[in-house]
Design a protein around this ligand. Structure first.
Ligand code: PLP
Ligand code: COI
Length: 341
């Protein structure tokens, strides 16, 4: 296998060209053959629904090279199911789970030389996405869809990696509507978050901690990651109809239980931030990142969640356990990893 000349330990979270991507199209009521290509381009009709009416949904999952040299993909099936939910939420054709899984494993195998080595801190990010390609001028769903999986090696999403990072509360922006598309992973949600996200970055924050759009009373999520907090040996995470059901959060919830912690999924009022011992942002890209400070910019209130500038004890335990399963160091008792043969 040809070597890459990538410096794995200093990789940012960005796009690096890999060897191949895999594609499949839905036409005349059925999914076609899987196509492997080295092209980074897509050609489509200029009136395609993905371009005009936002018929696009995506996923994000990761492959890791383990201590034993084997490549593990984390929670393929959960990501496949969520992509189906996203597709249904914007009237696109759901991708059959077996096709999704086959294409994920294929995309990783074909780009095996880009799976970062064990211990480098980097991983292979897998980005499956589906787009509506039929030409429409009236607002109507397409009847032709393209599903593509690209992979790219990535480093940490937040620039300091596993170090406390800061978030801002800004009530002037909503990411999603109360009963809108927040629960699914569609491109439009991210377009709607760009202005607030860039403003937070300009002010020196990693991102926005969104409040519920209806009352601005409860915590929703941290940009492209879910929020969790720790108090009295309890893992607490928001219940909300407008957040993405994070698969990392679901995994951490299970790990917390396995480690003997209590778990609460419930509405969390903003003011409760003052009572938490630790907090974090979790997601495939974010992994399990400790939160240092949350600043409520509208009320000039600072919530300090890391007293000494270091990750808290429980956040570290959760992070280490999650990464241990992904790297094959801790037994995968729930069967979360798929192997790339
Ligand atoms: N919330 C949003 C808005 C996201 O984009 C993501 C990333 O996928 C997450 C949460 C975390 O979800 P997951 O852990 O499934 O990657
Ligand atoms: C992920 O964590 O997979 C995401 O999709 C986050 C972001 C890069 C959009």
């Amino acid at each position: 296998m040809k070597e890459t000349n990538i410096d794995w330990s200093s990789l940012p979270f960005g796009y690096v060209k890999t060897d191949y991507n895999v594609r499949c199209t839905f036409k005349n009521g059925e999914w076609g053959e899987i196509v492997v290509t080295d092209s980074e381009e897509i050609t489509m009709h200029m009136a395609a629904t993905c371009l005009h009416y936002g018929q696009e949904a995506f996923e994000g999952l990761k492959a890791f090279r383990g201590k034993d040299g084997k490549i593990r993909v984390f929670r393929t099936e959960e990501n496949g199911k969520r992509l189906q939910d996203s597709a249904r939420g914007i009237m696109m054709e759901p991708i059959p789970l077996d096709l999704f899984k086959k294409m994920v494993l294929m995309a990783v195998k074909l780009n095996e030389r880009f799976v970062p080595p064990y211990g480098s801190g980097a991983s292979l990010y897998i980005r499956p996405f589906e787009i509506g390609t039929s030409a429409r001028v009236g607002v109507k769903p397409a009847d032709e869809y393209t599903f593509i999986i690209l992979v790219t090696p990535v480093g940490p999403y937040f620039k300091n990696g596993f170090k406390p990072t800061n978030f801002a509360i800004m009530r002037e922006f909503d990411r999603v509507a109360p009963k809108g598309t927040g629960r699914i992973k569609v491109g439009g949600n991210y377009a709607a978050s760009l202005v607030a996200g860039e403003k937070a970055h300009d002010l020196g924050f990693s991102g926005v901690l969104y409040l519920d759009s209806k009352e601005k009373k409860y915590l929703d999520e941290c940009g492209a990651a879910n929020f969790f907090a720790i108090k009295d040996n309890t893992y607490i995470t928001p219940y909300s109809e407008s957040i993405l059901p994070s698969i990392t959060n679901k995994s951490l919830t299970q790990i917390a239980e396995d480690l003997g912690m209590k778990v609460e999924r419930r509405p969390i009022e903003v003011e409760e931030l003052a009572t938490f011992e630790e907090a974090g942002a979790c997601g495939t890209a974010a992994v399990c990142t400790p939160i240092g400070e949350i600043v409520d910019l509208d009320n000039d209130i600072k919530y300090t969640l890391s007293k000494d500038g270091n990750p808290g004890e429980m956040t570290t335990k959760l992070y280490t356990h999650l990464r241990g399963i992904q790297d094959g160091e801790i037994e995968d008792i729930h069967g979360w990893c798929d192997f790339v043969e």
